[in-house]
Design a protein around this ligand. Structure first.
Ligand SMILES: Cc1ncc(COP(=O)(O)O)c(C=O)c1O
Length: 353
């Protein structure tokens, strides 16, 4: 048996017991709320965890990119929602190849995207399910009003090869009430127009423990919840003890009394701040602040630490945002407490195409 202390750094650890507890807690909450769970795999990018999510009761998985979908389909996952506007003939051909072997549905927020899909899927006997993406406050993709959602849904519904699947939104963090109101208004509009609305899919981790307040939504799509991270602790969705993904780094320099330099910079921790101060929470030195990052160096202010780390010591960090950290590493090391279980290849990392 090897232990964490024997690993070369920087290294990404995933505590299996914590991840499993996070998965179960969310599935239980979804079951209690009477809402289907369709976890987003962009956080872990690992088929083994996607399969575990389905085993625990998820109706399928969410993916963000065709590349992720291809990896997951190859691994045997067969019910996928791709929450991205697919634009361009080459990408649509890849989508069609996936559609021929698994159930995959997509989103669209414009006539252009819908017409492109119709061009590629017009000859299909088994239509492609298309959700209308709605901007309920995130300010990213999405139609801007329930009326626009109804209008695009009507376009999808009459096009050969396409089938209107419902509404999809990714609400802004802490805006779950606004999103629920928006969707309720849309549902009322669809009902009064006599337009069927098969599914309404919403959700993210910051508001995961408000799933029962998702209103007319039928499905919830959390991603980060499997690992949790510093931004979710700040949002009140998790405690540090529940964070399953950590980065271990080594102190390689102590140029001054108050400064420690670690071997983890932006290529390990990413530059994501997500509105936070500093680049991660140091579990073993909670008074330490990761004040700066260059690509391979992290600058840690240890002046407030009563006992300061020495050169050669390791520190364990909960990153601000765990999802892009997964994407930066070829492998993650699965652990149970201090024990190393296995180092695994992150199958869908880098599949941003
Ligand atoms: C469309 C969509 N759905 C679901 C999620 C999952 O969100 P979270 O990681 O906050 O749970 C994301 C995350 O970026 C997303 O973009």
């Amino acid at each position: 048996m090897s232990t964490i202390s024997e690993l070369e750094t920087p290294v990404v650890l995933v505590d299996l017991d914590k991840a499993e507890a996070n998965l179960k807690k969310a599935q239980d909450a979804a079951d209690r709320a009477g809402i289907k769970l369709r976890p987003h795999i962009k956080t872990h990018k690992l088929p083994r965890f996607a399969k575990r999510q389905v085993e625990l009761g998820a109706v399928g998985i969410t993916v963000q990119k065709l590349g992720e979908a291809e990896v997951m389909a190859d691994a045997g996952l067969d019910d996928l929602l791709l929450t991205f506007n697919i634009v361009g003939a080459k990408k649509r051909d890849r989508l069609k190849a996936l559609h021929e072997r698994v159930t995959i549905r997509v989103v669209a927020d414009s006539t252009e995207t819908v017409m492109g899909l119709a061009e590629t899927f017009g000859d299909q006997n088994r239509p492609l399910g298309v959700f209308v993406e709605c901007d309920t406050g995130m300010g990213r993709c999405g139609v801007q009003s329930p009326e626009a959602a109804l209008s695009l849904a009507r376009q999808i519904a009459v096009l050969p090869g396409l089938q209107f699947a419902g509404l999809m939104t990714y609400p802004a963090a802490k805006k779950y009430r606004e999103a629920a109101d928006w969707l309720a208004e849309a549902k009322a509009l669809f009902d009064s127009a006599g337009m069927p609305l098969p599914e309404i899919t919403t959700g993210g981790t910051p508001d995961i423990w408000h799933m029962e307040e998702a209103g007319v939504a039928t499905e919830y799509r959390p991603g980060t919840y499997i690992y949790m991270d510093r931004s979710q602790v700040a949002a009140g969705a998790a405690s540090y003890d529940e964070c399953a993904l950590t980065v271990v780094a080594t102190v390689v320099s102590r140029p001054t009394e108050g400064r420690a330099i670690i071997d983890a910079g932006s290529k390990t921790l990413t530059s994501d701040l997500l509105g936070l101060e500093g680049h991660g929470h140091v579990l073993d030195y909670p008074e330490a602040k990761i004040v700066g990052l260059s690509e391979e160096h992290g600058t840690v202010d240890v002046s407030a630490c009563a006992v300061k780390p020495k050169i050669g010591d390791t520190i364990r960090i909960v990153p601000n945002h765990c999802c892009p950290v997964s994407n930066l590493f070829d492998t993650v090391t699965l652990v149970r407490g201090e024990e190393v279980v296995e180092t695994v290849h992150v199958a869908a990392r880098g599949r941003v195409d």
